[in-house]
Design a protein. Structure first.
Length: 367
């Protein structure tokens, strides 16, 4: 197991937060999570971990998709992690949000794996002081076979980082990395060997094509969250994702946990996202404002949770983590069809100034 070069300091704020908030003490008052019941928050916090005992076996590139990963487990079997997928338009803030979520969950004492599924392969950078890790597809290309220990690298607070990677430019399907990587870790039994509490897939969601739909379609992830701003293209991508989720919802696919409203601070931005979730039968899980602290942390190669744990923005991400922790029930969203989406956008084109001037109120916020 490759380890991160610098030792991430334990954060007083996170410690205090952990002491103040028992697991399950989430915004929605959900029951304590299985993870906490199974092993509780790590007493001294997760530390740098060596390669897992009984390291999973190497495997050739697997041939076909596996079965759903979240069924009930027989007595005595190792626990299964809560698997969630974060989708959204490119550049909308998925990796930033996911990395801060992973960091906040690990500060709560959970064993977390962040699984980057964007061909850009930059999902886990800020968990590792800005450094890149070799992707599963790169390793496969180089060696013809991949052992999990070569693909899993440790980041902030013991978070396991994996990047699926993408095909050589101009060749093959961009989603192939996800299919290959997911199958490979599954075949090697990695999730159970590592005793993970959370696996978080960070997936490019501009197009929900075969490969990118894998975490949803195969029922690998149980809950999907989408990061969206109030920009129309971000909403358009979220609506497309909802169509993908709806399509597989009757076949054991993942359902929607909610929208993470990124760069949504006030006024018309909030009103637009609130109205979109109302129209599509979903909810906003958390509003995340645009913040210079995020930019500053990213420039330093770190998450906000690591670089600025006492900032307001870090608290926003910790609250997001508590809401994810408490989240149990996801839904099948009701996407708008092309005409409805166009009409919805036109309505906002007319209303936006009135909302901004305070002459009209937004509707649909659930929190
Ligand atoms: P994605 O993974 O969706 O492609 P990123 O997470 O890489 O997007 O974010 C794109 C850029 O936007 C990054 O430079 C990131 O720092 C910035 N960003 C994302 N969310 C915020 C935020 N809430 N405040 C400030 N900058 C943000
Ligand atoms: Mg990204």
């Amino acid at each position: 197991m490759a380890t991160k070069k610098t030792e991430a300091p334990r954060k007083k704020a996170a410690e205090a937060d952990r002491k103040a908030k028992a697991p399950g003490d989430g915004a929605k008052g959900g029951p304590p999570p299985k993870a906490a019941a199974d092993q509780g928050p790590a007493k001294a916090g997760p530390t740098r971990r060596a390669a897992p005992q009984g390291a999973p076996q190497a495997a050739q590139e697997p041939a076909r998709a596996g079965s759903p990963g979240n069924g009930s487990r027989p007595r005595g079997a190792k626990k299964r992690p809560k698997q969630i997928a974060i989708y959204g338009k490119g550049g909308i803030g998925k990796s930033t949000t996911t990395s801060n979520l992973s960091a906040a969950l690990s500060d709560l004492g959970y064993k977390v794996m962040q699984f980057g599924c964007d061909p850009k392969a930059d999902s886990t950078n800020t968990l590792r002081d800005g450094s890149y890790i070799p992707t599963i597809l790169d390793l496969l290309r180089e060696k013809g076979r991949v052992e999990a220990k070569d693909a899993i690298h440790e980041g902030y607070n013991g978070i396991y980082c994996v990047e699926a990677g993408g095909p050589s430019p101009g060749v093959g399907c961009a989603g192939r990395g996800i299919i290959t990587a997911v199958q490979l870790l599954k075949q090697q039994n990695v999730y159970e060997e590592l005793g993970l509490d959370y696996v978080i897939y960070d997936v490019l969601g501009d197009v929900v094509c075969g490969g990118f739909a894998v975490p949803i379609r195969e029922g690998i992830a149980r809950h999907v969250f989408t990061v969206s701003s109030s920009d129309f293209m971000a909403i358009y991508a979220a609506n497309n994702l909802f169509r993908g989720i709806q399509k597989y919802s009757n076949a054991g696919g993942a359902l929607l946990g909610g929208v993470i409203a990124n760069s949504v601070s006030s006024g018309y931005q909030k009103a637009i996202v609130d109205d979109f979730v109302l129209q599509t039968g979903t909810q906003v899980l958390q509003y995340v404002p645009r913040s210079i602290t995020v930019t500053q942390s990213e420039l330093g190669g770190k998450t906000t949770i690591e670089a600025a744990p006492d900032s307001e923005q870090a608290e926003v991400y910790r609250e997001l983590a508590r809401r994810v922790e408490a989240h149990e029930e996801s839904v099948t969203p009701r996407p708008l069809d092309a005409q409805e989406l166009r009409a919805w956008a036109n309505k906002w084109s007319d209303q936006i100034l009135a909302v901004e001037r305070g002459e009209a109120r937004s509707a649909g916020a659930r929190i």
